[in-house]
Design a protein around this ligand. Structure first.
Ligand SMILES: [Fe+2]
Ligand SMILES: [Fe+2]
Length: 198
């Protein structure tokens, strides 16, 4: 992606996002690119997924539901039955990336769709997008440092710890849980454990 392509993409995304959201998006991009270089994931894929990950986040809730429910995409339809409506902007964001920004790479679309819930099937690009969103330098919640420490050591362990924190947070607030998050946490905890065994 050239600098001028990048600038015009950011300008287009600014039409979908508040100023504050756009600043978050740019911080996610910076960390995602850094992680992509470190983990040998194509930089442009990480940049694109990060830039578009929250493109639907500022959309009104009824519009998110409408778009998700009438989608022909099986993953989006599956994700739209979530009891945790906060996650809907992720699958709808993947549709906007595809239909309005011309993204055809399924890995980028999955990274956007899974950036809030996680999923057991996530590849390194999806993990990087998820973790960059979770750990970008504007995030200051308890526990973020623990995940940041793992970013350059073990992506699966970083995922397992982040997902465990999310599950605890959701339970603590009594919010509805998307099952995908629980399944992802189990899968990544298992992966991380296996990797540590001699
Ligand atoms: Fe998001
Ligand atoms: Fe985000």
């Amino acid at each position: 992606m050239t600098k001028s392509e990048h600038n015009s993409l950011v300008k287009r995304i600014a039409r979908y996002e508040s100023d504050e959201r756009l600043q978050h998006t740019l911080r996610v991009e910076a960390l995602a690119v850094e992680l992509a270089r470190f983990w040998h994931v194509p930089e442009d894929q990480a940049r694109m997924a990060a830039l578009l990950h929250d493109v639907a986040k500022d959309m009104p809730h009824d519009q998110l539901i409408r778009i998700a429910c009438k989608s022909e995409d099986p993953l989006v339809r599956d994700m739209s039955s979530t009891p945790a409506s906060v996650v809907l902007h992720a699958p709808v964001g993947s549709l906007i990336a595809r239909d309005e920004f011309g993204v055809t790479d399924a890995r980028i679309l999955c990274a956007i769709a899974f950036h809030t819930t996680g999923d057991p099937s996530m590849d390194d690009l999806s993990k990087i997008t998820f973790l960059a969103d979770y750990c970008e330098e504007g995030q200051h919640f308890d526990g973020v440092k623990e995940v940041r420490r793992l970013l350059y050591q073990d992506l699966d362990r970083a995922m397992a710890v982040a997902l465990r924190q999310i599950l605890a947070y959701v339970a603590q607030h009594g919010w509805p849980l998307d099952e995908r998050t629980a399944r992802a946490e189990q899968a990544f905890s298992r992966e991380a454990l296996q990797a540590r065994q001699p």
